[in-house]
Design a protein around this ligand. Structure first.
Ligand code: R5P
Length: 306
C-alpha cells in the first residue's frame, strides 16, 4: 500500500523531493492562519487504514512549525490511519536536552510528549543535537545520520585532514565521523555564557591542526558564532583551510554575511531546513537529504506491510 505524504509549511521543497523519491506526490492539506495568528488545519484526503507520513522541520519560527505539526497530527489521527509517522528533518528544541541551571524547563522532553499526544506512532528524524533525547520518547524513533552524506566528499580532499569537534557536547558525533574516515580528531574547548543565548566566552584548540585541512563537524548553524570563532582559532594555529560540515542550517538574519566574511573556506550543509535564495553564497554547498529520508520511509512502509 503506497503511503500518503503530507507536509507542513516549514520545508515544502524538501517534502516534495521526498515524495518524488517515493514516486508519489504530496497529499493535500489546508493550513490557514487567523488574523490573530492562530493556526487551523484541515486534511483533504481519505487517510483511513493508510500509512501516513507528515514532514515538518522544527526550524525558525520553531513554535509555528511545531504547532502546525501537532495540529496536522491531530487532524490525520481523527481519520484513523493505520500508522502515522512524524518526519522531522530538523528537530528543534533538541538543544534544551537537560536542565543547565536551576529553574529551567526540560523542553526537549515536553516537545517529545507533545508529539506523542498529537497521536504520532513513530518518529523519523535527522542528526539530533543529542541522541539521548530519543529516551524522552515512548514511541520508536528512527535516527538518520545527516553527516554520512559528507563523508565521500571529505575523502576527496588532498593532504592531511583533521576532524574538529567544536565543543565537548559534539564529541561523540565528531568521533564517529573521524573514525568512519580513519582521520585524527582535535577538540575545541568552548564555554558559553548561559545568561546570554549564543554568547561564547572562551575557546581553545586542543590538538595539532598545523598545515592541515580542518573539518569542523557540527549539528546546526544558527548565528554562526561557534563556527566563525572556531575558524579564527584554527587559522591562528596554522590550519591550511577550514571546512565547516553541518547537517542543519537554521540561519538567523545576517548569518550569511558573517559566514561569507569569515576565515571559513567552505561550508557544507544539507537542506533539512529551507535556505532562501538571498541567504545562499558561493562558499555554501547544499546537499540533498531527501534520498536518505525517502529510504527510511520505504523501510518503514515495507515493515508495516510485511
Ligand atoms: C551547540 O551546542 C550546537 O551544537 C551548535 O554548535 C550551536 O547551536 C550553533 O549555534 P551558533 O551558530 O549560534 O553558534
Amino acid at each position: 500500500m503506497a503511503p500518503l505524504i503530507f507536509s507542513g509549511n516549514s520545508n515544502k521543497p524538501l517534502a516534495t523531493s521526498i515524495a518524488q523519491d517515493l514516486n508519489s506526490t504530496l497529499s493535500s492539506a489546508e493550513i490557514i492562519r487567523f488574523a490573530d495568528s492562530e493556526c487551523r488545519v484541515r486534511i483533504m484526503e481519505e487517510v483511513e487504514g493508510k500509512d501516513v507520513f507528515v514532514i515538518q522541520s522544527l526550524s525558525n519560527p520553531v513554535d509555528e512549525h511545531l504547532m502546525e505539526l501537532l495540529l496536522m497530527g491531530d487532524a490525520i489521527k481523527r481519520g484513523e490511519p493505520r500508522k502515522m509517522t512524524a518526519v522531522i528533518p530538523y528537530h528543534g528544541y533538541a538543544r534544551q536536552d537537560r536542565i543547565h541551571r536551576p529553574g529551567e524547563c526540560l523542553s526537549a522532553q515536553l516537545v517529545a510528549k507533545m508529539i506523542e499526544t498529537a497521536g504520532f506512532d513513530k518518529l523519523v528524524t535527522v542528526e539530533l543535537h543529542n541522541e539521548s533525547i530519543i529516551g524522552f520518547f515512548k514511541i520508536p524513533v528512527v535516527h538518520v545520520s545527516g553527516l554520512s552524506i559528507f563523508q565521500p566528499h571529505v575523502k576527496q580532499i588532498k593532504g592531511d585532514v583533521v576532524v574538529i569537534t567544536p565543543d565537548a557536547g559534539a564529541l561523540k558525533r565528531s568521533q564517529r565521523f573521524a573514525e568512519g574516515l580513519d582521520l585524527p580528531l582535535a577538540l575545541i574547548e568552548k564555554k558559553r555564557d548561559l545568561d546570554q543565548p549564543h554568547k561564547i566566552v572562551h575557546m581553545r584548540v586542543v590538538g595539532d591542526v598545523k598545515d592541515k585541512t580542518a573539518i569542523i563537524v557540527d549539528d546546526v548553524i544558527v548565528t554562526g558564532g561557534t563556527l566563525v570563532n572556531a575558524s579564527y582559532l584554527l587559522k591562528e594555529k596554522g590550519a591550511k583551510q577550514v571546512i565547516a560540515v553541518t547537517t542543519h542550517a537554521d540561519f538567523v538574519g545576517g548569518v550569511d554575511k558573517i559566514l561569507k566574511d569569515s576565515p571559513i573556506d567552505q561550508i557544507w550543509v544539507t537542506d533539512t531546513i529551507e535556505i532562501p535564495e538571498d541567504k545562499k553564497f558561493s562558499k555554501l554547498s547544499i546537499y540533498q537529504i531527501a534520498p536518505l529520508i525517502a529510504e527510511s520511509i520505504k523501510k518503514l512502509t515495507k515493515g508495516y506491510n510485511a
